[in-house]
Design a protein around this ligand. Structure first.
Ligand code: ADP
Length: 318
């Protein structure tokens, strides 16, 4: 069963911009899915269509088998959305904000109150239930938006940039929470600018660029496609210059740190033995590359090159 199935989805805005050019996407029930892409790629448009905020030009969208054309209410009941902008009524009390949302889904008051308590407790907002939204910190407001999106018990949670502007500690506790609800059966789709976030959380990744899906695979498979990684080596003794090691590109960062680029087909053991022959002892190492970031940049560059080539072909009528 697919939580979300998108077929040949097109969107042309009235100003003529083709935001989506026939995208296909399938998200399995239970998956933790990242939709990535640079600004203007079409992510918000795609999410807007799925959540019926944006009208599509053509194509099919089904949520747990329910078409957004013929069974919109059923499809909507499966979805909880956390939009990118804070869209809380600043004067609403925290409790009311959540309980009223449950009302929109036809949940009776008594049950709505119970569910509200549960989600507010889970998101560590129960103590704040009597305060107005405007008195909450940025991280709390985001958590309140998540609580509001979850109160009707959606099976698919869609988050658009959930941790934008949230400090590291809160981001990590939000990650833990999202992992927990995913483990308990909620399918999650998120867009994020923090590629580290996608790499940490998501099992599947689709990358969209200029209205086209350019990558759609398991996260592990996508990361395996990378050819090189940069490692930082911590040294026991200080070095004045970078040691020369055959076949490896080694640079000195400071007295006790070296940076080395390792290609996919290179063997780390040979690096360590060459270093030890040169009298350099490594005490620890860390991966410097944000691997997804690298992939992302490469994909976008590839598309830019393709576009340039197309232009050359056009200009010279080849
Ligand atoms: P992303 O979320 O990946 O940044 P968007 O879906 O917001 O991308 O935008 C995709 C393209 O559609 C962009 O070129 C953007 O300028 C355009 N666009 C988005 N919303 C509208 C709109 N309401 N009217 C006209 N063009 C829009």
């Amino acid at each position: 069963m697919h939580a979300l199935s998108i077929k040949d989805l097109w969107k042309t805005y009235p100003n003529g911009i083709e935001a989506l050019k026939g995208i296909d996407l399938k998200v399995k029930a239970g998956d933790f899915f990242a939709l990535l892409g640079p600004n203007g790629a079409g992510k918000t448009t795609a999410i807007g269509i799925v959540t019926s905020l944006v009208n599509k030009t053509s194509g099919d969208v089904k949520v747990f088998g329910h078409s957004i054309d013929s069974e919109l209410e059923a499809a909507k009941a499966y979805i909880g959305v956390v939009p990118q902008e804070l869209n809380l009524n600043q004067w609403d009390k925290v409790f009311n904000c959540v309980v009223n949302q449950a009302g929109f889904y036809g949940i009776r008051r008594r049950e709505a109150r119970q569910r509200t308590e549960t989600v507010l407790r889970e998101l560590q907002l129960w103590d704040r239930r009597g305060e107005t939204a405007r008195n909450l910190s940025g991280g709390m407001k985001r958590r309140l938006m998540i609580a509001r999106a979850l109160v009707h018990g959606p099976k698919l949670l869609i988050l658009d940039e959930p941790t934008a502007g949230v400090d590291i500690e809160i981001r990590r506790s939000m990650w833990d929470y999202l992992r927990t609800i995913n483990r308990n059966g909620t399918t999650i789709i998120l867009t994020t600018h923090y590629l580290e976030e996608a790499e940490n959380l998501c099992r599947h990744v689709a990358i969209i660029d200029d209205g086209v899906i350019v990558e759609d695979d398991r996260m592990s498979a996508v990361l395996r496609k990378l050819h090189q990684e940069v490692f930082v080596l911590n040294l026991r003794q200080a070095v004045d210059i970078a040691p020369k090691v055959n076949g490896f590109d080694v640079a000195r960062i400071n007295d006790h740190e070296l940076e080395v680029e390792i290609h996919k087909d290179q063997d780390l053991n040979s690096l360590f033995s060459a270093l030890s022959t040169a009298g350099v002892e490594v005490i620890s190492m860390r991966n410097k590359t944000n691997r997804l970031e690298e992939l992302f940049v490469r994909l976008i560059q590839r598309r830019e090159n393709e576009r340039d080539q197309e232009q050359v072909v056009e200009e010279f009528n080849l």
